[in-house]
Write a protein that binds this ligand. Structure first.
Ligand SMILES: [Zn+2]
Length: 344
């Protein structure tokens, strides 16, 4: 795993593409970011990605440039990790794009691709709150809710690359309508979007004065999750109650995951995780109430440490072989290995 010491990590998002040169301890030695410009089509997105990589390299120490062995990319969607194909990425408006191959041609380096939630999990595993864990779930609470599952030291992707879609675990029968068309999915109850909806409800009920004041100060008047978190820091009881409700639903979701996977650590990241203990405290309480007795005591629920760098660091970790059984050879190597007995 430490044969390769330096990799490039790319966090390809719908609005911004970030690249970094990262070492084997997860330290970023040089970085850059550019607008993704999804509207201008796939070629421009690839150009912006390559430019971000070249700038990150130019900003890195000279001695590291010849030592980079591979590139990792986290993409927002469903990825066929073995081939590096992006099967479906609504935020990029992409369907079946051979991202790994296209970048490999442009960068002349081996490129590994996985989805952004898996990369965030590898980032926390390499250099964040998941360091040293073998059984780790990294949950991201943002616009939606996603997760990366590291089971027995390896990323678990499932049959079609959809493993970790914890945002669509049903937790409340007849709950709010979800973007997936179902009701009561976890992300309708504990995402930044859900918290914003609860805040707007409180405002229209006449209970949201402190949240509105916070919104004016920090969010250009927009009543969103940031405003709720700010009001909660000022001990506004309405904001704290909203975060408690979201945290309680998070705890129900965590209880399902803990009963299923028996992880040693759950790292909670994403924009809503900045709420800290106002959210995580109620989540831990609910987890202890709901999980099989004994199991909740085996898991630590902690806040993510890498913030918005998790994507770049984790994509580099992917390139460095973290979360894989065998760093390096990939499908061709496996095919060669399979052919050996016939030759011998
Ligand atoms: Zn859903």
């Amino acid at each position: 795993m430490d044969k390769m010491q330096y990799a490039i990590g790319i966090d390809l998002g719908g609005t911004k593409v970030a690249a970094g040169v990262v070492d084997g301890q997860g330290r970023i030695l040089g970085r850059s970011h550019r607008p993704t410009e999804v509207d201008r089509g796939r070629e421009v997105v690839l150009e912006n990605t390559v430019r971000a990589v070249r700038e990150a390299l130019a900003r890195s120490p000279r001695w590291v440039r010849g030592r980079i062995q591979a590139v990792g990319v986290g993409a927002p969607g469903t990825v066929e990790a073995g081939t590096g194909r992006v099967l479906l990425a609504p935020n990029l408006r992409w369907q079946d794009v051979a991202l790994g191959q296209l970048l490999q041609e442009r960068l002349q380096m081996r490129v590994y691709v996985d989805n952004d939630a898996n990369c965030a999990a590898l980032g926390e595993l390499l250099a964040g709150a998941g360091r040293g864990s073998r059984h780790l779930l990294v949950i991201t609470l943002g616009t939606g809710v996603g997760a990366g599952l590291v089971l027995d030291g390896q990323l678990y992707r499932g049959a079609g690359g959809f493993a970790g879609e914890v945002g669509h675990i049903p937790v409340l029968p007849d709950g709010p309508l979800c973007g997936c068309g179902r009701r009561g999915c976890l992300e309708t109850l504990c995402s930044a979007t859900a918290v914003a909806a609860m805040a707007r409800q409180a405002v229209s009920d006449g209970r949201g004065a402190a949240i509105v004041a916070a919104a004016r100060r920090i969010a250009q008047g927009q009543v969103d999750a940031r405003a709720v978190m700010a009001a909660a820091r000022w001990k506004d009881p309405v904001a704290l109650a909203i975060l408690r409700e979201a945290g309680t639903y998070l705890g129900i979701g965590l209880a399902i995951l803990v009963n299923l996977f028996n992880p040693e650590r759950i790292v909670v990241g994403g924009s809503l995780a900045r709420a800290g203990e106002a959210l995580l405290g109620p989540a831990r309480e609910e987890l202890a109430r709901r999980a099989l007795p004994g199991l909740a005591q085996q898991v630590a629920v902690v806040a993510a440490e890498l913030g918005n760098q998790a994507g770049v660091v984790g994509a580099a970790a992917l390139a460095l072989g973290w979360g894989r059984k065998e760093p390096g050879p990939g499908p061709e190597g496996a095919a060669r290995a399979g052919a050996e007995p016939a030759e011998g």
